[in-house]
Design a protein around this ligand. Structure first.
Ligand code: NCD
Ligand code: ZN
Ligand code: ZN
Length: 442
């Protein structure tokens, strides 16, 4: 029997997506040292380590740590909504090990100092990997490009004005040209301001029923159409934020078919909910983009399945209870997402038999890593031990009071879901569910 030395964590009897039987996972020095099948299972005396901890997963799922490339951590400036520490804790509780945070903070992350501040706070929190985006334009005002080179040097991983669309086509073209020159992606919140002024739900049965004007689908798709043409012209890697309409899907599919460097993301809520589910004037159902029609939802699901949409992101967007209490018209857009994302999609798409578990996991790990050129997203020998352990059998109702995020703004309260993360490891260290791993008294 092989001897394993310097092991720090021994996860026993975990199932892994796409494989039969259980595996033991040995972790040391922050990396995966071995993944052993039932027939290769080591004896206790074969595994050594000064601080060895053991966790018997009893058949629970071990996946590569989930990756979320679109989140709002609110720091600096809006610490009452979330801090980098509370957001990172919430991410860990949701099974995420790497998250990419949006620059719509105060100040906006449009300068190297703020990029550095985000990285420093993330290091201090010492929970999950935090990758900062920087703004495309100064203060996200769409008027003047930021210093892309300096922002990249400071550690930004891409450029986006998320929260608002870049309204001017020449500005977007200049941004893509400059981003392409330094091999950085442009990530776009697609929204034409002239079509959405003051509106807060989509054009559909809800808006009709309540006699209000709704946000039309083309407000999103017009930007997608414009931007795929600009990506073709500039050669930039263009990534579409939170796709929500049939029309956007059609344009992305066409652009991909002719070789444009475009990738796209979708949020769990746009896969699971439509405007017909909105119970009434409840601001926990107000988010941007708004919930669209069932026809859009169906088109988006198909697009994720056929690869037109590459990845799943949460767009975790915490707001305070006071802000969300301002009523449908005045409350800010956004819902929290870290802690419900996996259970929601597992329950709605895997348990129902529509997707394989492997497919869901890929769209939340390997695919985001591929799209953004990250090293993580794989569970294999030699890889960094970013791992989520998920209890697929555990069923419970969503209770915002159990959330680690400061946000309570979710439309999923009370919904019965299965597939809850129970332990999350970042570079082999448990950042959630640490108490489950027991020290071995040699
Ligand atoms: N998605 C939202 O509804 N809100 C986001 C902004 C955004 O992602 O566009 C926020 O910052 O609150
Ligand atoms: Zn956005
Ligand atoms: Zn966002």
């Amino acid at each position: 029997m092989t001897k394993y030395a310097n092991v720090e964590v021994w996860i026993q009897n975990a199932s892994v997506p796409g494989e039969q039987g259980n595996r033991d996972i040995l972790i040391g020095g922050g990396k995966v040292l071995a993944i052993l099948s039932d027939t290769e299972k080591p004896a206790a005396s074969d595994v050594n380590g000064a601080a060895l901890k053991v966790y018997d997963a009893q058949g629970k799922l071990a996946t590569p740590g989930l990756i979320d490339m679109h989140v709002h951590l609110r720091e600096p400036g809006f610490e009452h909504k979330e801090t980098i520490e509370s957001g990172a804790r919430s991410a860990a509780q949701g099974g995420f090990t790497t998250i990419a945070c949006m620059p719509n903070t105060k100040p906006v992350t449009d300068n190297p100092e703020t990029v550095k501040l985000v990285l420093d706070k993330a290091k201090e929190a010492n929970l999950v990997n935090v990758l900062p985006y920087a703004a495309i334009t100064k203060n996200e005002q769409g008027q003047e490009l930021t210093d892309f080179e300096a922002l990249k040097a400071a550690g930004a991983i891409g450029f986006t004005d998320d929260g608002v669309g870049v309204q001017n086509a020449q500005m977007m073209k200049d941004a893509m040209t400059r981003a392409a020159a330094i091999d950085m992606p442009v990530i776009a919140h697609c929204e034409d301001d002239s079509l959405v002024k003051g509106l807060y739900v989509s054009e559909g049965s809800f808006s009709k029923k309540h006699g209000i004007k709704g946000i039309p689908n083309e407000s999103e798709a017009i930007h997608v159409g414009r931007d795929v043409l600009l990506a073709e012209a500039t050669g930039a890697h263009y990534h579409v934020c939170h796709v929500s309409t049939e029309q956007s899907v059609r344009l992305i599919r066409l652009a991909k078919s002719v070789g444009v460097r475009v990738t796209a993301e979708i949020c769990p809520h746009h896969l699971v909910l439509s405007d017909e589910d909105i119970p009434g004037m409840d601001t926990n159902w107000k988010m941007n983009p708004p919930l669209r029609t069932p026809r859009d939802v169906a088109a988006c699901i198909e697009a994720l399945e056929d690869g037109t949409i590459d990845i799943i992101v949460t767009d975790h967007a915490p707001h305070s209870a006071e802000e969300k209490a301002k009523g449908m018209e005045l409350a800010p857009f956004g819902i929290v997402g870290f802690e419900t994302a996996f259970p929601l999609l597992y329950t709605e798409f895997v348990k129902t038999g529509r997707w394989s578990l492997d497919f869901l996991v890929r769209r939340m790990t390997q695919d985001p890593a591929r799209v953004f050129g990250l090293q993580s997203g794989k569970l294999e020998v030699g890889a960094v031990a970013d791992i989520a352990i998920i209890d697929l059998e555990l069923e419970k109702a969503v209770d915002p009071e159990t959330f680690a995020t400061k946000g309570r703004n979710t439309p999923f309260t009370g919904r019965k879901l299965s597939g809850w993360p129970v332990m999350t490891l970042v570079a082999g260290r448990a950042v959630y569910g640490a108490d489950l791993a027991q020290p071995v008294n040699a």
